[in-house]
Design a binder for this molecule. Sequence first.
Ligand code: PLP
Length: 357
Amino acid sequence: MQVISERVQKMIQEGLAYPLAQSSKEEKDFIKLCSNENPFGPSPMAIEAIKSEAEKVGEYPESSSIELKEAIGEYLDINPVHISVGNGSDEVMDMVCKATMNPGDKALIPIPSFSQYELICRINAMDPNFVYLEDYQWNIESLLEKTRDCRAIFIGRPNNPTGNSIDDEDLEMLLETEKLVIVDEAYGEFSDYTVVDWIEGYENLIVLRTFSKMFGLAGLRVGYGISSKEIIEAMERVRSPFNVNRIAQKAAIAALKDKEFVGKARETILNERNYLQRELESLGFKTLPSDANFIMTSPKPLGMNATDVCNYLNREGILIRNLSGFRGIESDWVRITVGRPKQNKRLIKTLEELIEG
Ligand SMILES: Cc1ncc(COP(=O)(O)O)c(C=O)c1O
């Protein structure tokens, strides 16, 4: 008897798995610019909350994260009935598919984009369809055409790894098709825009957000979805009962309260993003403008190859993300997370040394 489901057998045969960032045994001493985390980590208030909750881990957490939903509701000015919380937005994405999609349903995935969209579709027996972002730019005509026979579309906004976004008018056109539109705002806090308040007008809109990026809580795994009451109720049905642990719930609530910490981190990250953009371009890299905390850039104009650049930086103690082999990426692009000022300077200096040979 074949004990593995056909769809998972297919994933195994194709070697389909989440492409983990390059790591190193001595990662502790490395400058880690490969996973789009906040280089300042979480607020001290979140760390305090983690410590004081630690002694209670003998007891199950509150099952539906109600206090956290209320805090998110206050943060975004929405009613908690429109919120469902998960073990990272990865889990929320899975809950969305379980709640809204049938086996065999087609979902449109613009590429390049976050690899997990395809994986979650495949795990849920859906049929992922891809549309290329020509020159890494959004094109509403090709999206509309390809959306026609799909039930859902995933939109990263800002998109990972390009860092850019479909504009409001084009997104509205997608929503008007009445397909399910899953807008992933994992990097929303770094941009100046959100469509959270559009849920009043569009029953087919699902917005995903996370505490992993701006709030510096990637290691605790907390994300959430915002949508119509009907979709949220269905997501709550398919959610496992204690999906968000008690430490994560308390830390996320505390992180939301520390507006000063988040405001300062955001300001520094955006300034540093401008610095990196300028410096990379003046070194001769081709870069894409970004609304997030990372930059997609290519060493090709310098006659260099992405893998060689990543390997060189790795030897020098700096980890960035090699995008070679990612769906929708031509060779020789990398993604660099904006780090702390000193880390960014060191990165630029190391790249200068590489170029000077
Ligand atoms: C676009 C995008 N969405 C979602 C996630 C997953 O976030 P989480 O840590 O909340 O699962 C990531 C993580 O890198 C991401 O880049």
